[in-house]
Ligand binder design. Structure first.
Ligand code: RIB
Ligand code: CA
Length: 311
């Protein structure tokens, strides 16, 4: 078997972030080096509390969890309680106080330290706003050549927070601009691909019948998350956006990609936070992104269900 991929998961749990954590924690192809948190779906206090709660459930005692940015680089913070609820993980009931505590180091410094200590084989996996990643690049530009890939959930050719901007990018477009222009290898899972992951009733039933504590938690997360997507967007269920990043690192053949140029809009009145995805290469600019545009739905969900079965 190939060496496991070393990853730092920078997240804003968040129902789909939590499922990404479960997938990462349960697969032998993934070695979680650290979990860093950022304000996004809800405030930093809550995304961090949720990350610690998930670590308790997954038995991740040895994985450092570090708090990151409370605010975007420039703009006022926006959060998404309409989708994830006031706690950021509404649905399941968690113990009030997690056993695990954060490390006494800022997420940006943990990212820099882990990347600089790696032998160019570490992956950054941001599934929330890109504030921590941008701050790390600004503080230590040398990390760019040592990061194997930035595998991010964000953006797309349409929006879910404005008509053209997806939430993670919109919350901190200035940070996204730094990351996309950094020269790092960016693999982007935007809404074009994540909206292909919506869990069917059959899958929800399969998960509900597995019958262990983690599968029961995922059932409760998906019930709440699906209800939010039905109410807010009229969807049949919830797209498990963030899990695409980990599924890719486990088995990249589940996805099809195009190499495209992507610019981030940081000025537009109506278009702030848009990922300008040049799929037809009309700008003539050098591609800077591996853009996921198609997935094998059955294999994607087989990966998640078998992880929940402990397979
Ligand atoms: O737009 C979807 C993204 O925003 C997901 O990462 C979700 O968790 C939220 O962070
Ligand atoms: Ca997220």
């Amino acid at each position: 078997m190939q060496k496991p991929k070393k990853i730092i998961l920078d997240c804003d749990p968040g129902h789909d972030d939590a499922i990404a954590m479960i997938l990462a924690a349960s697969n032998p192809h993934i070695q979680l080096e650290a979990i860093t948190t950022v304000a996004g779906n809800v405030e930093l206090e809550k995304t961090t509390l949720n990350a610690l709660r998930m670590c308790d459930i997954l038995g991740l005692e040895d994985i450092p969890v570090a708090r990151g940015a409370e605010q975007p680089l420039v703009r006022e913070r926006e959060i998404a309680p309409t989708i994830h609820g006031k706690t950021g993980l509404d649905g399941p009931i968690f113990p009030e106080v997690p056993k695990k505590a954060v490390v006494d180091q800022h997420a940006v410094d943990v990212i820099i330290e882990k990347v600089m200590a790696s032998n160019d084989d570490i992956y950054l996996v941001p599934t929330g706003p890109l504030t921590n990643i941008a701050l790390a690049i600004q503080k230590e530009p040398k990390i760019v050549e040592k990061i194997r890939e930035v595998v991010l959930m964000g953006g797309g050719t349409f929006g879910n927070w404005t008509p053209t901007a997806e939430f993670n990018i919109y919350v901190d477009a200035e940070a996204a601009d730094i990351v996309f222009k950094s020269g790092a290898s960016v693999t982007m899972f935007g809404l074009d691909i994540t909206h292909q992951t919506i869990a069917s009733e059959a899958i929800l039933k399969q998960i509900s019948e597995i019958g262990n504590p983690v599968s029961h938690l995922v059932s409760e997360l998906l019930i709440y998350f699906s209800k939010s997507y039905k109410q807010v967007f009229g969807f049949d269920g919830a797209p498990i956006h963030d899990a695409c990043t980990i599924a890719y690192l486990i088995d990249d053949s589940i996805f099809d990609f195009e190499k495209v140029h992507v610019d981030i809009e940081t000025e537009g009145n109506y278009t702030y936070g848009t990922t300008c995805v040049d799929r037809l290469h009309v700008t003539g600019r050098e591609p800077n992104v591996k853009f996921a545009h198609q997935l094998d739905y059955e294999r994607f969900w087989r990966l998640i269900v078998s992880a929940l079965r402990g397979g």
